[in-house]
Each structure stands twice: as C-alpha cells, then as structure tokens.
Design a protein around this ligand. Sequence first.
Ligand code: PGA
Length: 269
Amino acid sequence: MSQRKTYIFGNWKLHKKFNEISLFFKHFNYLIKKDKRINKNPNLIHGFAPSHLGILPAINFAKGKTNILAQDVGCNNIGAFTGQVAFWQLNEFKINYAIVGHSETRKYLGNSDKNVNKTIKVLLNNNIIPVICIGESLKTYKSKQTNAFLAQQIKTIFKDISLDLIQKCIIAYEPLWAIGSGKTPTLDEIQQIAHFIRQSFKSFDDKQSNICENLHILYGGSANVKNASDLMSLNDIDGLLIGGASLDPAAFVSILKQSKAYKNFNGNK
Ligand code: PGA
C-alpha cells in the first residue's frame, strides 16, 4: 500500500503587495495555530508561491509555519542571464519547491517542454523538488486527445530522468482550459487521467512499477472550497495546486481541512 502524502500549494501568480503578504500570513498563522492536524501533520504539506519579489517577505511573515515556493526558475547557473532566477538563489533562501512549466510561463515567457526537462534536471541535482505542470488545451480535450497529448508531454519532460529521480517530483495535472475559468473536467475524467499519468511512467522501467504508485499527482485548475473535498477524494489525486482560491487564507485553510491527510490525522499517539 502506497504511503503518499497530500500536497496543497497556492500559486499566487502576480498578486499580493508587500502589506497584503503581511496581512495574509497574520491571518493564516492565526487560523492554523491551534490546529495540530495542520501544523503537526507529517502527511499534509502546504505552501504558497509568491512572485519572485514576494518570496523574501513571505519567508519573513510565514515564520516557518508553511513552505514558500518559487513560481518558476531558470535552468542556468551563475552568469550573463539577464532577468533570470537560478536554483542557487532558491538554495540560499532554503526554498525546497519550485513550480516548473506552468502554462502561463509557456504562454507569456516562451517556456517549453524541452526547457522544463532541463530545469527539472538542474533542480533535482540541487535538492529542489519540482512541481511540474502538465495539461491539455480545450481543443485537445474536446477532440478526446488528452491521453495522447499527455503521453507525449511526459515523454519530453522526463527524457533521460530515471524513475528514482522522477519519484521525487510532484506532478500537477492542470488542464489549461480549467485554469481560472471556473470549469473543471468531471471527477471521473480527472481520476482516469491521473491514473493514466501514473501508469504512463511504467513504460520508463517496468521493473520498477511500484515507484509509479509512490508518485505524487496533484490536480490544478479552478479548485476551490466547494470542489476540493471531491477532488481530493479521488484515488490517484494527492493534493491540489490552487490559484484564485489560495489568495484568501480562510479559503485555503478550509481546503486543507478537506484533505484525507487532515481527516485521517491521528496525532495524539
Ligand atoms: P486557478 O489556477 O486555481 O485560479 O484556476 C490554478 C493554477 O494556475 O495553478
């Protein structure tokens, strides 16, 4: 039986000014303060990804009560790379997770699957867990090509990465058409696709198929207080990547409380 944890991450995108970050964590830290099921739960991992300039204030105000993630990171080392952020800067501030390949970085910054592949390798070599976004467009979804599309995306993104390393990654299935739209695939579709994603790693090395069972797969795209419980009850879904609903501390905490890891916590032993 697999011992997967639950990961619930907020992606703040280009939101929250300095004083809003301060207010957010005052409220968030207060809400979780007395809740051992959140703050002492080894199976429930949560965090927020502010924009790069929000990372330091967030670390400051979060006071170690949650994880701070990067929304994106480059694959280059030190040098003449104007405008970029590198793994070693995340290391300097003890940032353990970075979102990689979010569809908005693909759309607005020209990110690509090949680049995501390079970035993942750099992060895995430098103790940063990549939260890797994959997902199909509406056109692909409507033409029922989602599985074929994801299979190709997975092949390129994880090229020349061993299953041992892949199991350190977190994969976020985010249908592009569900992001910020208020729409989601049906629960059956999400379960079927997450299962397909998990199984597709078997072809990397069929002798190690047990590793696929340990992979963490999140869902992202219009996850909110109302649908979180249903989404997180799916067998192959191990948490959520949340945009809009992560901006409000009460909504985010309510979502944490809907996770299996929260409900099953037995911390009094
Ligand atoms: P959303 O964003 O929850 O606002 O749809 C999700 C994401 O972009 O990760």
